[in-house]
Design a protein. Structure first.
Length: 558
């Protein structure tokens, strides 16, 4: 059958169809046809928006709606409240953050200011509350450096730049030079083109990630994408979820391989569409310390014209030194085609004091979408590269001082010590009965679980022995993030010995349930209504600022 015959047949079918429609509509007046058409279009649009065009999936919204209405029944509401009361009491300020006997809170400002000596004496009293000794390697992550020489460098930089502000580079040109050098040094570590790559010093990994989200949302707007979407692994940092909420970006989580814990590339590919504004990979991801396949993710981004962000906030100042330290890994920086931005925390393995990170872009094409400019403000042209206006120059200076003090050789040495310690701990845990290690950690984080007992019990046992580890969920696990304090002689062996002793204790009654914080975490993981979990989290955040149980604080006239 040739083309002309097909066209003739199509004309006949079309004619019969239109004749049928004309006959069916003869009973209607023109205004009725128009009205029905408009109503149908409006209803179709509403149904489409309800089913597809929303930040949360239909199943998520149905689940939320179900629990919302179920909890409105008085008997159900009463049961939930009765169950919540003891949990919220457990996370109250008095339980979670107890003071020493005789201590009170200041509820009003002292009327007469106190002397330097008096303040230092009182600060020492406050410091007596800190009973977890991070300097002995008892804490997962949290403090990444802390040696005396580095502390002296940082405190000196704080002292010299205490009153400086990067918002005024004309007043503090020395600080501007330092900040530019921090960015340039970091970009060079990640193989950024010296003539094209750029970056900014932020207040931490969360701000770096939020800025990347904002940047790619605005990049999407410039491309005519009205409702941007980001595609991230379920193991990606929660800051991406925060960015999606803040900047109204639809979030698409994709699963990870249950064995390797790496992102499922096929699922990521399936999630990409015409609205996708960014893909994300982590090096490593926080929960299990596994490196996502950045080259493969970047290849997807390049193929579909989507920017790719590498979240190296945690491992950023280990990655560039892994090869020279004797632990080569696959490239995951700007040398990989398709990678358009990277976040790396200088205040983690960069060993700078808390409050600094670097967000880097392959070129200013993307960075300009990060800027905020108000050209018509009465106070003058207002332009800032990030969220904050005024910032602490002391933080930037301390970061610069730290990087220059440690140097490349020092970072290579640190990396060798940290990764060697992590391998020792990983191998020790893998050989223990009743435990298993998640995936194949290539860096400093080792996550472990158990098929034989509730792993949150182990977390509690180790807390009793003076350790402070990270508790994870979905699946239940705990992890240790190795830092420089863990590389001190004997720390790894002490940790493995304490874990082994704790497991032996637990296996005497393996079916018992955890108590205290472990019980709360285990319960929270099992609750299908996640709004209840949010309420527990609200209680924790309230407790951080709660002084009401201690209303006998100073009256301001002392």
């Amino acid at each position: 059958m040739n083309v002309s015959s097909l066209l003739e047949e199509a004309k006949v079918v079309f004619g019969k169809t239109t004749d049928f429609v004309d006959v069916q509509l003869m009973a209607f007046k023109p205004w009725e046809i128009v009205s029905i058409t408009v109503v149908t279009l409006v209803l179709t649009h509403l149904v489409y928006n309800f089913v597809f065009d929303h930040e949360k999936s239909l199943s998520q919204r149905l689940k939320l709606g179900f629990f919302y209405y179920v909890k409105r029944f008085p008997i159900i509401r009463s049961i939930v409240e009765d169950k919540m009361k003891p949990v919220l009491h457990e996370v109250s300020a008095t339980k979670l953050f107890p003071l020493k006997p005789g201590m009170t809170y200041k509820n009003v400002m002292p009327y007469v200011g106190k002397s330097h000596t008096s303040i230092l004496r009182e600060v020492d009293e406050y410091l007596s509350l800190d009973t977890v000794d991070w300097s002995k390697g008892n804490v997962s992550g949290t403090v990444y450096g802390g040696d005396p020489d580095l502390t002296l460098v940082a405190s000196t930089m704080y002292h010299k730049f205490a009153w400086s502000n990067p918002l005024h580079p004309d007043v503090f040109p020395s600080l501007r030079k330092m900040e530019a050098e921090v960015v340039r040094m970091t970009c060079s570590l990640f193989n950024g083109d010296p003539n094209a790559s750029c970056g900014f010093v932020t207040t931490g990994g969360t701000e770096s990630i939020l800025l990347a989200c904002k940047t790619y949302r605005d990049w999407a707007y410039s491309k005519g994408i009205k409702k941007p979407e980001m595609v991230i692994p379920i193991s990606a940092h929660a800051a991406f979820e925060k960015g999606a909420a803040y900047f109204k970006i639809k979030l698409k989580h994709v699963p990870v391989d249950p064995t390797t814990r790496k992102v499922d590339l096929h699922a990521m590919k399936q999630a990409i569409n015409k609205n996708t504004c960014m893909l994300v990979g982590s090096t490593p991801q926080f929960p299990h310390g596994v490196l996502d396949p950045i080259a493969d993710i970047a290849a997807l981004g390049k193929r579909y014209g989507v920017p790719v962000h590498v979240d190296a906030c945690l491992g950023g100042f280990l990655l560039p030194f892994m090869g020279e330290a004797g632990f080569p890994i696959q490239p995951c920086d700007f040398s990989v085609p398709g990678v358009t931005s990277i976040s790396a925390d200088t205040h983690k393995y960069g060993c700078a004091p808390k409050g600094s990170s670097v967000i880097m872009y392959k070129s200013t094409e993307f960075a300009h979408h990060q800027y905020f400019v108000s050209p018509d403000w009465q106070g003058g042209i207002y332009a800032t590269p990030m969220f904050a206006g005024s910032r602490s120059g002391a933080i930037v200076a301390a970061c610069w001082g730290t990087m220059v003090h440690i140097g490349r050789e020092g970072y290579i040495s640190n990396t060798r010590k940290i990764i060697s310690t992590a391998r020792t701990i990983e191998n020790g845990l893998a050989q223990m009965n009743n435990l298993f290690v998640f995936g194949k950690p290539e860096m400093s984080v080792i996550a472990f679980g158990s098929m034989d007992f509730d792993i949150f019990r182990l977390s509690g046992e180790l807390t009793n022995k003076g350790w402070n580890l990270n508790t994870l969920q979905f699946p239940p696990s705990i992890h240790l993030c190795c830092t420089m304090p863990h590389t001190k002689p004997g720390v790894a062996d002490r940790f493995l010995s304490d874990v082994n002793d704790a497991v032996n204790t637990i296996m005497q009654s393996p079916k018992s349930k955890p108590a205290g914080a472990g019980a709360i975490y285990g319960m929270a993981q099992s609750i299908p209504d996640r709004t209840i979990v949010s309420s527990i989290a609200h209680g924790f955040l309230d407790a951080l600022y709660d002084t009401t149980p201690f209303a006998r604080g100073e009256n301001g006239k002392a």
